[in-house]
Design a protein around this ligand. Structure first.
Ligand code: GRF
Length: 200
């Protein structure tokens, strides 16, 4: 299965995917971004992966923007889409093109702390256990069915930047692992509870 990745920022998760997937059966075939200045794009170019920028300002609305991205990703052969720090909501027209095939990585143990500033909010709240969620994308904000989670004890950590560093190490392992499992057909829905995904 071919993977398309959407990015808006630094791209350390994109790098983890490239490091783990390129050269195997399941490869990153396209990287799209809504931000021309995203450092992630350089990582894609260095790995010889086709890149395209879709600035929101070039489109009348999010539906036409997301449709153009979906068309391009499908033309490149992408079957699984990974949101690796893609900082915008996806329109239902995009989600409908890749049913149960869009994966996001979020820096919290969902359903706690969805949306932006998850780490800052968790630190302010004073949580003791925190972590990373890899989940399917639906039309809500970080509400899709959960594929994998990994937790850490926060201990004395109170600096969001430090917590993020710890979480990113987990993300870089967990995200490529889940994508590979999905590509191998190892993700099923529990017939008794379609919200629950059985992985492996
Ligand atoms: C990650 O920490 C992820 O949890 C969140 O956005 C961040 C992207 O980081 N959704 P990077 O661009 O992959 O370094």
């Amino acid at each position: 299965m071919n993977v398309g990745v959407l990015v808006s920022g630094r791209g350390s998760n994109l790098q983890a995917l490239l490091d783990r997937l390129q050269g195997g059966d399941c490869q990153v075939v396209a990287v799209g971004s809504n931000k021309a200045e995203a450092p992630a794009l350089r990582r894609a170019r260095e790995a010889d992966v086709p890149v395209r920028v879709f600035p929101h300002a070039d489109y009348a609305d999010r539906a036409s923007h997301d449709l153009a991205m979906a068309d391009w990703l499908q033309a490149r052969g992408a079957e699984i889409i990974v949101l690796a720090g893609y900082m915008a909501l996806l329109d239902s027209v995009f989600i409908g093109r890749f049913p149960d095939r869009i994966v996001n990585v979020h820096p919290s143990l969902l359903p706690a702390f969805p949306g932006v500033r998850a780490i800052e909010q968790a630190v302010e709240y004073g949580v003791k256990v925190f972590g990373v969620t890899v989940h399917l994308v639906d039309e809500g904000v970080d509400t899709g069915a959960i594929l994998a989670q990994r937790a850490i004890e926060l201990g004395t950590m109170s600096d969001p930047a430090e917590v993020h560093q710890h979480l990113q190490r987990i993300e870089h392992e967990l995200l490529p692992e889940v994508v590979l499992r999905m590509a191998r057909g190892e993700v099923r829905r529990d017939p008794d509870n379609p919200r629950r995904l059985l992985v492996g």
